[in-house]
Design a protein around this ligand. Sequence first.
Ligand code: G4P
Length: 533
Amino acid sequence: MSADPASEAARRRTFAIISHPDAGKTTLTEALLLAGGAIHLAGAVAARGQARRTRSDWMKIERERGISVSSSVMMFEHEGLVFNLLDTPGHEDFSEDTYRTLTAADSAIMVLDAAKGIEPQTLKLFEVCRLRDIPITTFINKMDREALDPFELLDEVHQKLAMDTAPIYWPAASGQRFAGMFDLRSDEFVPFRRLEAGEQGFASRERQSRGDSDYMAGVSDDVRSEAEESAELAREGLPKFDLKAFREGHLTPVFFGSALRRYGVLELLAGLGEHAPAPRAQPAHVKTQEATIEPGRSEVSGFVFKIQANMDPKHRDRVGFFRVCSGRFQRGMTLKSAAGKSFNVHNPLMFMAQEREIADEAFPGDVIGIPNHGGLRVGDSLSASGEIVFRGIPNFAPEILKRVRVKDPLKQKHLRRALEALGEEGVTQVFKPVSGADLVVGAVGALQFDVLDERMKAEYGLEVIFEPSPYQAARWISADARADLDAFIEKSSAQMAEDVDGAPVYLGKSAWEIGYVQEKNPKVRFSGSKERA
Ligand code: G4P
């Protein structure tokens, strides 16, 4: 087996799926895993979710609200390529987690419901992808239902996301009349057929070439003439796929299909294989010098983008999700953080569709789980030398801030420790005001407080009270000259705090106030996110 990191990286596609709830992300995930042979039964993802929910007692919220809080990674192979699918939680209150997961993806599939087009959550997630220059492939799902006109859908993508749309396929009708799709690049037709009950495979049949006797056989004349005309218009009038524009985020290739009917999914996967980027070189600092880490570099390096507490409440073990950026990782290796901590990785976890397995090796683009006792943090860079620090793994400014107290005043110290631990894990953000004893916790979404509350009780035995805080916004501050920063901190001490890493944070009473303070202090930078140094 080839073990050269550059060639192994070249056959990897690490991607995430972004969508508004109900657009079909779970169904598509399942169909993709089926294509990769990673699962054999449709329904396995949902069933597994159910099993996980019943197992993980510590997180009752998952059961009660019927949502999955934890995200996972799934690896599968298809036609010689290795796909790493980073699953992001669908609920909008977990957007912070989603954002972080996107930092570990090289591209994303945007799933749209053909009857709905761009929905609010799609837009929000899209903005994160844009921020991070993540190329996006569009999958227009649920073509087996009545859909909006495809021109209208593409125009909406173009208008709302300011991206060119290059259809790779073009649908022939939708809903009951859905007949299949044209391959706009080859002049072939991919007929749609409904799967038989219990059928395991995919609904795409043999392609038909124009001129063949069976070309569009069985498709009614009116559907056929309308569809052919519309496909011709699309071919002539819409942008052609352009790899450079796609990679730079100016253009999205568009695929159509039905995840539920497993139609168009193989074509989407082939498209990812063809266009989506393999692991890219990543910007970093090596011993404070700016550097670009190529996947083929022999030294193993990567970063932690997510920490998940062990499902078992009796153990405080955590799993750090580590995205490999360079080199060939081998089980038993020691990885070091820039802060000098060493992690001997004896039991790295690999996440196959249904099982967690011990990974013997991993290559750039892969994600391994590193069990640890709290030493790892979201955003940590790890490498063999400990000298590589990746840039651009941000913390997001919380949109809701609350003061937190513990019911039993004797447990104040416990509270602080528990909050810090959970803060390091990224469950919520924790700020220590410079003056005053109460800690302030911040979240991107309200549900994060419920998670915090639940875990404080279950894991630390602490009953906490959240109270309104006078602050509504938090900004990390920095300045070119240390003196400017110190001067600002001193005069604003009543509203200054520190985050878990001791970085200075300004707590504002309103967004307006932050704008005002910013204007008055032009030498100080106010940032809604923090990149770890
Ligand atoms: P999500 O993860 O993005 O939230 O969406 P999910 O896959 O759970 O799909 C949401 C609903 O849409 C599900 O129906 C699912 O079956 C349906 N769906 C997904 N893809 C397609 C498709 O291509 N065509 C059609 N017709 N439906 C699709 P549900 O009624 O909420 O759940 P279920 O009872 O069917 O599982």
